[in-house]
Each structure stands twice: as structure tokens, then as C-alpha cells.
Design a protein around this ligand. Structure first.
Ligand SMILES: NC(=O)c1ccc[n+]([C@@H]2O[C@H](COP(=O)([O-])OP(=O)(O)OC[C@H]3O[C@@H](n4cnc5c(N)ncnc54)[C@H](OP(=O)(O)O)[C@@H]3O)[C@@H](O)[C@H]2O)c1
Length: 308
């Protein structure tokens, strides 16, 4: 694998994406970092702050809303050179109306966490604008975090139909809790990455969870009481009980996943069973269905139904 010199990060103006940009800028050999953000003002503020914090002027803004497929396509069409790596980091709980459908027929929460990234990767591959590694922000929620009351997704058949029902929300209904839906969506993402790894062996596709991370805006769109509970109460208490870590630690997982080739293509890395923090392991050791090529292909087929 050629050394990674340029990295595009989605959702790079805040939280884990912004911190990954900062850490990467300080690594030897990284010459260009594209901050792919949906809001120009926030992107410019992040770029100015990152330049001041790192002393590097290697950041370039790309305007991209990953919930809007035409925005993703326009952004890629405007790229003047290839990137070595991309961190598919944008995501979260899907804004104020997570279960509402986008023009593509998927829920907002699915669009932000997966569909835009599917189209981004397809476009980069088709135009030969990616040379080395795709890293997807997974989550321990995809295999359940019992300690935090997050149930393992209740999958029945792992068929393309079941994955598609996660994408369009029909598996859950209009009033579904975005935190429950989120677990299923991150599971689809890990399966999709597994299929892409087999289809495109010249590119490394690594799913890496940043782990339970405090100090980000990830809970801001939840209803008020849940936001207070998870962001402020949980954000204070969980690190004390070893159930969350800092944004620096979370983003370091991305950087390791990107730059350390011991993390293998097609695999999903996250914390050990039961835990949202600590060392990472291959999640197929916890949930063997993650390594099943048929299930991976079903997820890939399902997400591409909406990516036309
Ligand atoms: N924090 C955790 O404990 C944790 C654990 C496991 C996985 N993750 C995953 O890590 C990733 C980053 O989370 P975070 O905690 O850093 O959240 P965050 O602080 O809310 O940051 C999310 C970033 O994504 C951007 N974003 C959201 N929707 C977007 C869209 N449609 N188009 C473009 N950018 C968009 C946000 O931009 P705006 O500022 O414009 O909203 C922001 O820059 C997510 O995928 C999340 O699921 C987080």
C-alpha cells in the first residue's frame, strides 16, 4: 500500500471528524486534508481553528451534505485530484426528523450515516479518485452495549429485504427511537463495507468505531430530556465508570485504522464484548454474522437500491 498523504473527512467541522483532522495534520507525510462539511460558515471556522492549532495550512473545504445525494455527486465532480483515503465520519441521530424520508426514499438518519457515503465511495471509485483506504465510522451499538442499555439489533433473516426495511424505516415505523434505529443502521454500514472490500480488493475498507466518546455534539438533536441525560449526565458520569473516553482517544482510533495496516480490509473493529471503550477487536469474534459474505452482499444490494 502506498503511504497515505491526502485524506477527505466527512463531517469534519465538529467532534470526532474535526479531531481526526487535527491529529492527521500533525502526522508526518500527511500533505492535504479535505474538510467535507455541509455548512460553509462552520467549515471555515473549523479550518481557521485547525490551522492555528496545528500550524499547518493543508486544509481545504469541500461543501458536501451527505444526506443529499446530488450534493455528494456535485462535490466529487468538483474534485481536481484523487485522495488516498476517506473517513466516512458524518452521521449521528439524524437531525430533528430522523424517521422522515429523503428524496431517495430512505430515512434522514439512514441518509446521514450511510447512503451519502455509499454514493460518495461509488463516485470516487468510478472516477478513480481514491487510491488507498476507506474508513467507516462504525459503532459498538451495532452489536449491542448491554452495560449502556443498548440492545443488540434484532435481525431476523439478514436478507436484502430486511436491510432495505432498515434503510426506508419500514422495519421501525414513524415514531421509532433514533437511538434504537441507529444501532441497526451502523450494522448495515459494517456489512456494506465487508461487501465493498471483497468487490474492490485494491482498496482497504475498514470499519472502525471511535468508541463511546464524550465532548462531541452527537446527542444534540435528541429530544431535550434525552439530550440532557446522554450528553450532560452520561457525558460526566460515564468516563468515571470507564464507559466513555475523550474525543482525542476516539479520533485516534480512526487515525490508527487508517494508517496501521494491521487493521484488515473488510473487518469491523470496535471495543471488546460488552464494553464501549478500551482496546479494539474484530467484531466478528462477537457476532460471527458480520463475516458472512451473503449477509454482506445482501446489505450492499439493499443500500444500492436507493443509491440510483
Ligand atoms: N460520539 C460517540 O460516542 C460515537 C460512538 C460511536 C460512533 N460514533 C460516530 O462517529 C461519527 C461522528 O460523531 P460525533 O460524536 O463526532 O458527532 P458530532 O459531534 O455531532 O459531529 C458530527 C459531524 O457530522 C456532520 N454531519 C452530520 N450530518 C451531516 C450531513 N448530512 N452532511 C454532512 N455532515 C454532516 C456534522 O455537521 P454539522 O455541524 O453541520 O451538524 C458534524 O460535523 C458519527 O458517525 C457517529 O455515529 C460516535
Amino acid at each position: 500500500m502506498n503511504p497515505i498523504q491526502s485524506v477527505l473527512i466527512t463531517g469534519a467541522n465538529a467532534g470526532l471528524g474535526r479531531e481526526a483532522a487535527r491529529q492527521l495534520a500533525l502526522r508526518n507525510g500527511i500533505e492535504k486534508i479535505y474538510l467535507a462539511c455541509r455548512n460553509l460558515e462552520k467549515a471555515e471556522a473549523a479550518k481557521t481553528a485547525l490551522e492555528a492549532e496545528t500550524g499547518k495550512r493543508i486544509f481545504e473545504i469541500i461543501i458536501m451534505d451527505v444526506s443529499d445525494l446530488s450534493s455528494v455527486r456535485e462535490a466529487v465532480a468538483g474534485m481536481k485530484s484523487a485522495v488516498d483515503a476517506v473517513i466516512l465520519n458524518a452521521g449521528g441521530t439524524g437531525g430533528r426528523r430522523p424517521n422522515a424520508l429523503t428524496n431517495a426514499g430512505v430515512t434522514n438518519i439512514f441518509a446521514a450515516n450511510i447512503l451519502g457515503h455509499v454514493v460518495l465511495v461509488d463516485e470516487l471509485l468510478e472516477r478513480q479518485l481514491i487510491t488507498s483506504t476507506v474508513l467507516y465510522a462504525g459503532s459498538e451499538a451495532a452489536r449491542g452495549i448491554p452495560k449502556m442499555g443498548v440492545a443488540k439489533p434484532d435481525m431476523q433473516s439478514l436478507s436484502a429485504e430486511e436491510f432495505a426495511a432498515i434503510a426506508d424505516g419500514s422495519k421501525f415505523g414513524q415514531d421509532a427511537d433514533p437511538l434504537d434505529v441507529y444501532s441497526y443502521i451502523k450494522l448495515v454500514g459494517a456489512h456494506w463495507m465487508g461487501a465493498m472490500a471483497r468487490q474492490h480488493p485494491h482498496i482497504r475498507f475498514v470499519t472502525m468505531s471511535p468508541g463511546g466518546t464524550t465532548g462531541t455534539n452527537g446527542m444534540d438533536d435528541l429530544p431535550f430530556l434525552k439530550k440532557v441525560f446522554f450528553k450532560y449526565i452520561g457525558g460526566t458520569l460515564m468516563p468515571i465508570f470507564g464507559m466513555m473516553h475523550s474525543v482525542e482517544t476516539g479520533a485516534r482510533r480512526y487515525v490508527d485504522g487508517l494508517l496501521n495496516e494491521k487493521f484488515e480490509s473488510g473487518h469491523f473493529y470496535a471495543s471488546r464484548e460488552g464494553s464501549p471503550t478500551g482496546p479494539v477487536i474484530d467484531q466478528a469474534e462477537i457476532d460471527f454474522t458480520l463475516a458472512n459474505p451473503d449477509f454482506q452482499d445482501n446489505a450492499n444490494q439493499a443500500v444500492h437500491r436507493f443509491a440510483a
